[in-house]
Ligand binder design. Structure first.
Ligand code: PLP
Length: 340
């Protein structure tokens, strides 16, 4: 929050990282203007728990999900969604007229990652105009998120690649302004680009998510140009040594099923012998190897592991066990688990 306050920007952190109402509440208490969600289900949980300013950052299709969106908007008047297709705009407008409420809509702009969004200036302007003209919808601004650049480890290399994408976003905002559709909200950015985003002079708010727990991937990214990374790791998978018969290694009870495996291997946090290294050794098992053959660990000894990629790892688990020092202080559900 301090970085955002210094830059005069709002933070609407991405709740896809934690899917947790309790963590969202802490973020709101710390000054966040709302919470981003990636799925309708996450939005349902957040709105159901009274979290303000929920923004669904993924374009949604299908009558059932769109109907759910219109229903959610009757419960939370500040609920926002993105669109990248004119047919969805029409469907949403029909549903909103039926329920008699109004929905804030942002245009999703593809500035380079080729995932979702509209990627040409004429299409951006047309879509914004169609939202603006649609009964029951309010054009609130634009979103541009570039996932591909977040993990470019070198700050300056990231700045070069991402800078070109931001130029396109800037141009889109200027063109929208020319047709009288000045975006109130310009949102985007992740943990990897937060420093570039806050200095770009384009965004009104950011949607970084992973910063609140971090992971092995992000710990390797140089987040600020001249100083150490400002965010500490707060998410660990806790495992126990379950077999120690051999020399040079022991086996712990966390393997492929405990971690999303789309990143580097999990890393041992500051627990256990200094020369210990973790490697996946099967669905339920991890091999902890030691450089010194004489090193070993006791049965039941706890090994805390930093997760390769926090978001999809959280999605594998039902609960967060919240610890302060060695004391368990709370157990929180991962409310929005699931992919839909
Ligand atoms: C649309 C969108 N915004 C924000 C984020 C948050 O990014 P990060 O977890 O890198 O902070 C993501 C993550 O994938 C995302 O998909």
């Amino acid at each position: 929050m301090r970085f955002m306050r210094e830059s005069g920007l709002a933070l609407r952190p991405h709740g896809k990282t934690h899917k947790s109402v309790n963590i969202a509440k802490l973020q709101i208490e710390a000054g966040a203007v709302g919470i981003c969600t990636a799925t309708v289900k996450e939005a349902q949980h957040m709105i159901g728990a009274g979290i303000p300013g929920v923004f669904l950052t993924t374009p949604v299709v299908g009558s059932q999900k769109l109907e759910t969106i219109s229903q959610l908007s009757t419960k939370a008047s500040d609920f926002k969604v993105v669109v990248d297709n004119p047919n969805v705009v029409n469907q949403l407008s029909t549903l909103m007229q039926k329920c008699g409420a109004s929905l804030e809509v942002l245009i999703d702009i593809d500035i380079g990652p080729q995932r979702t969004g509209v990627n040409s200036l004429p299409d951006i302007l047309d879509l914004a105009a169609s939202v603006d003209n649609a009964t029951g919808l309010k054009f609130s601004g634009v979103q541009a998120y570039s996932g591909m650049v977040q993990h470019i480890e070198d700050y300056h290399e990231r700045l070069v690649v991402y800078g070109k994408q931001l130029d396109f976003l800037k141009q889109a905002c200027l063109e929208l302004e020319k047709i009288g559709l000045n975006p109130d909200i310009v949102t985007g950015g992740g943990t990897g680009t937060f420093d570039i985003d806050r200095k770009a002079g384009i965004f009104t708010e950011l949607q970084s998510g992973s910063y609140c727990v971090m992971d092995v991937q992000y710990n390797a990214v140089q987040l600020l140009p001249d100083v150490d990374n400002p965010f500490s790791t707060a998410l660990f998978v806790s495992s126990s040594v379950i077999s120690n018969n051999a020399s040079g290694f022991v086996t712990a009870d966390a393997g492929i099923k405990s971690f999303a495996m789309d990143g580097p291997p999990p890393k041992i946090a500051q627990t256990g012998p200094a020369d210990a290294e973790y490697g996946i050794s099967g669905d339920e098992h991890g091999k902890i190897s030691f450089k010194d053959e004489n090193t070993s660990m006791e049965l039941g000894e706890i090994v805390e592991l930093i997760t390769p990629h926090c978001d999809p790892t959280v999605n594998l688990h039902n609960y967060f066990h919240c610890v302060r020092g060695d004391t368990l202080v709370d157990i929180w559900p991962v409310d929005g688990r699931g992919v839909i």
